[in-house]
Design a protein around this ligand. Sequence first.
Ligand SMILES: Nc1ncnc2c1ncn2[C@@H]1O[C@H](COP(=O)(O)OP(=O)(O)OP(=O)(O)O)[C@@H](O)[C@H]1O
Ligand SMILES: [Mg+2]
Length: 503
Amino acid sequence: MGELLRMEHISKRFGTFYANRDISLTVNRGEVLTLLGENGAGKSTLMNVLTGLYQPTEGSIWLNGQKIKIDSPSQAVKLGIGMVHQHFMLVDAMTVFENIILGDKHAKGIFVDKDARRGEIEELSAKYGLEVQLDKPITEISVGEQQRTEILKALYHGAELLILDEPSAALTDIEVEGLFAIILKLIGEGKSVIFISHKMREVLRISDRITVLRLGQVVGTVKRTDTDGIMLAKMMIGHELQPVHYEKKDSSAEPVVAEMKNIDYHKTSKHSGINDVSLKIRKGEIVGIAGVDGNGQTQLAQLITGVIAPEGGEIDLNDHKVGVFDPNGFIHSGVSHVPEDRNHQGLIGNMTISENLVLKNCDTETFSYGKGLLLNKKAIDAYADDIVQKYDVRCTSVFQTVRSLSGGNQQKVLLAREFESDPTLLVVAHPTRGLDIGATRAVHDKIIAARDRGAGILLISADFDEILEMSDRIIVLFEGRVMGEFSGKEPPVNEISLAMTGK
Ligand SMILES: Nc1ncnc2c1ncn2[C@@H]1O[C@H](COP(=O)(O)OP(=O)(O)OP(=O)(O)O)[C@@H](O)[C@H]1O
Ligand SMILES: [Mg+2]
């Protein structure tokens, strides 16, 4: 259908570090071009160049055969380039409708004909199957709906090229199907999509062509029909990744490190709450929570880490009944937590890698003088240097702010902090969401190592394969209830899948 966009010899430097180096690629009309690459390979940076958030250090961009300069995000929108960012950019305090018309193309002065705008948005929404509730504030809608809002916004502002940066990372399987249907509809109309994902199965389904990046450079571009997962993985990480099989453990004779007894929790509008949940986690075992996202997993993790208090029932840690629900108390009892929302609950973006790594123990003897009176910066930085090596955090130094790290590398910092405290109970929610295949393997290895050191682990994941691969025991959650418990050794996949839908 002909070329829409061409990026030629694009480089983007931060200080002395090249996030993108001499990148050339093209996007045709009516196609999905996928960008594939490890965490930190430079995918989001390149897209930020394309949407005017960054100016390239070198190189040129051509649209419809004309050389263009993209000075700002609003300029990109005018040129028909829309982007749904890896971390959404919606204004929480506003409604879906207000977010969509923000920066309206028709708005002249202060006058906005709201009814006409509304009609237009409703038409687009129906046409592409982008279901949203226009009058709901962003804080009250699901992640999937936030994403549809972002897509709708881009289309409303006239996007011919839609960039989707890891759109499926936080979606349920059903939502992914919906997203793919929308993408197919768009390209059927001759629009173009740049798709970014670490999920190989999705990449092989939706892409027309795939451009692989490694360490800021293009490794190659291949047609989907000429490639497979093994070849792409090899291009991406530079060597083949052998399949692994983790041994399952039987810990039924081990002591219980955490127990929930008839827990109830209902203070929530969006979710089903938690209904009479009882479960045990033993020393040295991985208990996997299987279930479609939004069936109480978030609340379960928050309850067992002291973020929220149950309305009924009892929680025991190491055989002691918990009296006060306070996250700090839980930390002191040896509970670690990798929360699902790393940007809001786990990490402080404006602080350095170093600072984030010792956030919970900077007042200890190792990292301070006089019990936290004065920080021992030298010890902290030396420790951070070690950890960055050990967890393969791709950064220029430990003084880099966490915000400036790629999404996947932020996750590695968080995991490192929580795993290194040598917890008795480790609660991990979606630990590999947004991680590349190499990093995913590394995280799985570390979870197994923590188990083998004796930690009891509660693993929550919307990725069913991950639950099956890792869990010694599997508990299915549906609408906040335990639907069944299964051994992780040769798990009955069909039975578990049925339980996940409440059957
Ligand atoms: N503002 C910045 N200042 C310094 N370094 C940066 C900045 N933005 C990005 N980088 C670095 O550039 C590299 C590429 O980051 P980018 O976010 O483009 O990676 P990515 O391919 O999108 O990774 P992921 O899959 O984890 O999202 C990273 O090493 C990151 O630390
Ligand atoms: Mg990225």
